[in-house]
Design a protein around this ligand. Structure first.
Ligand code: ADP
Ligand code: MG
Length: 317
C-alpha cells in the first residue's frame, strides 16, 4: 500500500506549477496576483462523510462537487479562480477511489483554470477540505452587503432539481446517476463566467447553497434591506410540476444545493444583464426586488403574501 508521500506524488502532484510561482512540494505555495489592483478572494468548505456526503458516494462526483461548491463561492464574489488547496482525510489508501476522485476534481479544476497548489493528506475519517483562491478588483467584488432598495433581484438557472433528487433519495426512490436531477445534485456547475460578467452590473450576490429564501436572508441582513419575491417569476424545475403546491414552493424556495447565483442590480442594468444571460446561454430570471425594511415576502400571482419560512440550513439548529 502506498504511503502518504507516494499518494501525494502519484495523485496530487501534477508537476511544475503552471500558474502559481510554486505549487505542490514545498512548505508553502507561492501565488502572485495577476492584476496588481486585485485582491484575493478566499473561501473554504469542509465536507464530512455522513454529514455532507454519504458513505459510498461516487468518488468522481465527490471530487467534482468538493471543488464546485468552492468555485461557486468565487463566482458569487465575481472572482476569477486561480488556485486551491486540498486537505484530505482518508480511512485507507484505495487507489481506485483516489483515481476517480482526482478525475472528477481535476476535470473541473482544469475547466476553470484553477490549479491545485498544496494541501495535507492524513489518515482518518473521510474528510475533504478545499480552500480556493480567486482574484477580483476590490471595487468590483460582489459582496452580500451591496443591495439597495429598488434593486431588481435576479436568479440564474432553474431551482429545485437538486432538492428534488434529495427528496427522492430520502424516500428510497433512487434516481439513475445520469438522471438530470441527480446530475444537478452531484455535479453542480459553478456559475463562474456569470460572476465575472456581473462584476460591474450587480450590486450584491450570493450563491444558492441553502435555498433561495435562506440565502436571500443573508443579503437582506448584510445590506439592511427587505425583499419581495414574485413566486410566479421564480424559475422552477419542470419535475416539480408534479408535486403539490406546498411541496413545490418548499423545494424551489428552501431546497438547497442549486449553486445558482442570486444577485441584485439596479433596474437600469436590465438590458445588459439579459444580454449576459443570452451570451452565456444561461437563463436569468428577474424574481423580485429589494425593498426598505427587513422582511422577506413572497407574493403569488395576485400579489397576496404566501406563508413561507425564510430560514436556510443551519447545522447547529
Ligand atoms: P508539511 O509537512 O509542510 O505540512 P506535507 O508533508 O504535509 O508538508 O506535504 C508535502 C507537500 O505536499 C506540501 O507541498 C503540501 O502542500 C503537498 N500536499 C500534501 N497533501 C496534498 C494534497 N492532498 N493535495 C495537494 N498537495 C498536497
Ligand atoms: Mg502537512
Amino acid at each position: 500500500m502506498p504511503g502518504e508521500f507516494e499518494v501525494i506524488r502519484r495523485f496530487f502532484d501534477r508537476g511544475p506549477a503552471r500558474d502559481a510561482r510554486l505549487g505542490v512540494g514545498d512548505d508553502c505555495a507561492l501565488l502572485a496576483p495577476l492584476d496588481p489592483h486585485a485582491v484575493f478572494a478566499i473561501s473554504t468548505d469542509l465536507l464530512l462523510e455522513g454529514r455532507h456526503f454519504f458513505a459510498g458516494a461516487d468518488p468522481a462526483s465527490l471530487g467534482h462537487k468538493s471543488l464546485a461548491v468552492n468555485l461557486s463561492d468565487l463566482a458569487a464574489m465575481g472572482a476569477r479562480p486561480r488556485a486551491f488547496t486540498l486537505a484530505i482525510g482518508l480511512p485507507e489508501i484505495d487507489e481506485r477511489w483516489l483515481a476517480a476522485f482526482c478525475e472528477g476534481l481535476f476535470a473541473l479544476a482544469d475547466r476553470h483554470g484553477c490549479e491545485l497548489v498544496g494541501g495535507d493528506t492524513t489518515r482518518g475519517p473521510r474528510t475533504i477540505c478545499i480552500t480556493v483562491f480567486g482574484e477580483v478588483p476590490e471595487s468590483a467584488a460582489l459582496r452580500r452587503d451591496g443591495a439597495q432598495p429598488d434593486d431588481d433581484l435576479w436568479v440564474s438557472g432553474v431551482l429545485g432539481a437538486a432538492a428534488f433528487a434529495v427528496r427522492e433519495r430520502n424516500a428510497g426512490r433512487a434516481l439513475a446517476p445520469d438522471d438530470e436531477a441527480s446530475v444537478r445534485l452531484d455535479r453542480p456547475q459553478p456559475r463562474v463566467e456569470l460572476g465575472l460578467a456581473l462584476r460591474h452590473l450587480a450590486r450584491s450576490a450570493i450563491d444558492l447553497s441553502d435555498g433561495l429564501l435562506g440565502d436571500l436572508g443573508h443579503i437582506v441582513e448584510r445590506s439592511r434591506v427587505g425583499a419581495e419575491i414574485d413566486w410566479p417569476a421564480v424559475p422552477v424545475d419542470a419535475r416539480l410540476q408534479s408535486l403539490g403546491d406546498e411541496e413545490r414552493l418548499r423545494l424551489a424556495l428552501s431546497g438547497g444545493d442549486d449553486y445558482e447565483l442570486l444577485f441584485s442590480a439596479a433596474p437600469e442594468n436590465r438590458t445588459a444583464i439579459a444580454a449576459v444571460g443570452a451570451r452565456l446561454g444561461l437563463p436569468l430570471a428577474r424574481v423580485g426586488r429589494v425593498v426598505c425594511g427587513s422582511a422577506i415576502r413572497v407574493r403569488d400571482a395576485r400579489g397576496r403574501a404566501l406563508p413561507v419560512e425564510a430560514r436556510g440550513f443551519d447545522h447547529f439548529a
